[in-house]
Design a protein around this ligand. Structure first.
Ligand code: FAD
Length: 323
């Protein structure tokens, strides 16, 4: 059975986030040969439509309004509900990002629909669309199917591969004009805390520091390694609580969930709450002085040693590989 699936193209700083392309791929699977319609919400976003086609969208709908320049749950839900009423999709996919996590339950409740959140894989099996999602802080996975009604899901960034980019692909674009009213919150200013470098939630490489980095300056060698590998710096709550870095870097149960190709944990003991945010990384390298540290239980490669010796050596070696 083919379906029409609506996918949210998430825009930040006038650029599409990677998770938008992953959502298109998820939408393709759910559509089972039907149509994937990408939606762009914001102001002056129409210029981004071509990239959505390159990654597989069949059609793009834009909703542009000055009140949608920055995300507000009221504004975005009005825009998206209008598109949903117009398009009547049988499936909807958002990224499981801060925006997607905030917006999807609101829209699902308005539509009186269920929601499968934080899917890490989607497949067709036994005639069903089967979603895999982590439970118990990533200690186990459950598989879910939707038996009736709208199939609405959010997908965890970095888990579902985007389709191969095809720059020759184009499609039809339309715009929907929506009157945005009754905004209960207005964003006056956005103050970025972690403004530099790669976005932590979407990074392919994450170098994370724990209490073992011992100070704010202790993060410098980690930043250097992240720079060489084109990655982002993250942290344990231990490091954030000790004021070595900002809470925006925190990874774990009460921080960000990351699924990079490579996660290097430096001076992190591996508490269960930290593992909840990173144990699905494809390759985990742990550097710790304590050979008994819990982090080694989830690590693919363990280095028992002082991070202040090991990290600069790694940086030096990776630098050589780049030349
Ligand atoms: P520690 O446990 O103190 O470990 C430091 C490690 O560094 C040690 O293993 C030590 O051997 C090693 N080390 C020291 N010096 C060096 C060196 N020079 N070289 C190499 N290794 C060195 N934690 C999170 O991370 N994320 C969360 O989201 C989170 N949420 C929580 C929610 C709740 C409700 C609770 C109760 C706790 C939560 N925690 C979370 C806290 C968690 O339980 C741990 O306290 C925290 O993860 C510990 O941080 P750490 O590993 O950096 O510090």
């Amino acid at each position: 059975m083919s379906r029409k699936v609506l996918v949210l193209g998430e825009v930040r700083d006038q650029q599409l986030r990677n998770v938008s392309f992953e959502a298109i791929a998820a939408g393709k699977t759910i559509s089972e040969g039907g149509e994937v319609v990408a939606v762009l919400v914001g102001e002056n976003v129409a210029s981004l439509t071509s990239e959505l086609f390159h990654y597989g969208a069949d059609r793009v709908v834009t909703v542009e309004n000055e009140k949608l320049l920055t995300y507000t749950p009221d504004g975005y839900s009005q825009a998206l509900i209008s598109v949903i009423e117009e398009e009547k999709p049988e499936g909807i996919v958002f990224g499981h990002t801060s925006l997607g996590k905030d917006l999807s339950p609101k829209i699902a409740a308005k539509l009186n629909s269920g929601l499968i959140s934080d899917a890490t894989a989607i497949e067709i099996a036994g005639g069903n669309i089967v979603f895999t999602r982590p439970i118990y802080s990533g200690k186990a996975f459950e598989k879910k199917i939707v038996t009736d009604g709208l199939i609405f899901a959010t997908i965890r960034p970095n888990n579902i591969n985007p389709l191969k980019k095809d720059e020759t692909k184009t499609g039809e674009t339309s715009s929907l004009s929506v009157e945005i009213k009754d905004l209960r919150t207005i964003v006056k200013e956005v103050v970025r805390k972690a403004s530099e470098g790669v976005d932590l939630s979407e990074a392919k490489v994450v170098i994370a520091g724990g209490r073992g980095v011992k100070s704010e300056e202790g993060f410098e060698p980690l930043k250097e390694l992240a720079n060489v590998l084109g990655g982002a710096v993250g942290a344990s709550r231990g490091a954030c609580d000790a004021d070595y870095c900002d809470y925006s870097l925190q990874i774990g149960q009460t921080g960000k969930v990351v699924t990079p190709d490579l996660y290097i944990a430096c001076g992190i003991s591996g508490a269960i709450q930290h593992l909840a945010g990173m144990s699905n990384a494809k390759v985990i390298v742990a550097i710790n002085k304590d050979p008994e540290a819990n982090i080694f239980k989830v690590a693919d490669y363990g280095i028992v040693g002082d991070l202040f010796e090991v990290v600069p050596l790694l940086t030096e070696e990776f630098r050589k590989l780049q030349i």
